[in-house]
Design a binder for this molecule. Sequence first.
Ligand SMILES: Nc1ncnc2c1ncn2[C@@H]1O[C@H](COP(=O)(O)OS(=O)(=O)O)[C@@H](OP(=O)(O)O)[C@H]1O
Length: 329
Amino acid sequence: MGQRLSRRPDALRRNALLLAVMLCLWLYLVYSCAAGELQGLAPLLRRAPAAEEPSAAPEPAGPLSSFLNGAGSKRLPQAIIIGVKKGGTRALLEFLRVHPDVRAVGAEPHFFDRGYDRGLAWYRDLMPRTLDGQITMEKTPSYFVTKEAPARISAMSKGTKLIVVVRDPVTRAISDYTQTLSKRPDIPTFESLTFKNRTTGLIDTSWSAIQIGIYAKHLENWLLYFPIGQILFVSGERLITDPAGELGRVQDFLGLKRIITDKHFYFNKTKGFPCLKKAEGSSKPHCLGKTKGRTHPNIDQEVVQRLREFYRPFNMKFYQMTGHDFGWD
Ligand SMILES: Nc1ncnc2c1ncn2[C@@H]1O[C@H](COP(=O)(O)OS(=O)(=O)O)[C@@H](OP(=O)(O)O)[C@H]1O
């Protein structure tokens, strides 16, 4: 009896030790996973793919994901997709997020245009946590045409890498108009908004749908603060016809291993666009939503022609500045 009693503390101690070892092992597993060492568990760390027009609120994460995402730290973005509106910026960001070394905010932060007064700490807090070696990114297409944006981004970091997805300015203008029309069906026709005076053929350059497409003019503003080599121009057209090719250029520019390749895409005939075979953090195919790849209204071909003439000299200047012919004519 006395012997049994004296053995009990030993058993207790052994059990406690066993429990401690198991706890340590569990913590080690969690840490290894967070550090990206256990590739198979890595998807648990990642958030669900962003909704196609995400709200400004951070995306919800499961309890395990939230816990694991506690690893790493929030950093200001090292690379930003600054434009252009309706260029294909959402497609580019969604494709890039497949890369294990890219972490991006799903929503458009609009910090350097509308939210600058909130300060850099607010902006940093919007960012996802990243581990060493991962790149933090965001996309806000309106930055490209915001006068103050280049100086503000340069003040954050002169080394920020900038990406601009550009698209034929005429198609871009029609896409922009189609978006507005979907929200306000009673707006005037594209044709009437295009001209200041239809008889003289004078284009209304104060209409934002037209203004945004004068890429050369906006680019001049960026070149006051950033060397051209720090800006990558992605072709919105090629992003549709050869997404892997454009993603290859982007990965090189960001100094990333070329992980996103042809294998990641398939062409969805119903959607009429390339889609991901597996979205980030999921094993399911993923196409962008209904607001990406809308059917455009038919526009009077004479007006389209007039717009082509209008944009031609600006396009030529843009090709010269970027050293790249985008073939829009
Ligand atoms: N893979 C894929 N799937 C769907 N859509 C694609 C894709 N790649 C590029 N695009 C083109 O992206 C256009 C929308 O551009 P943005 O995402 O930059 O628009 S926005 O500024 O964020 O509103 C959108 O314009 P519209 O066709 O006018 O809707 C598409 O043409």
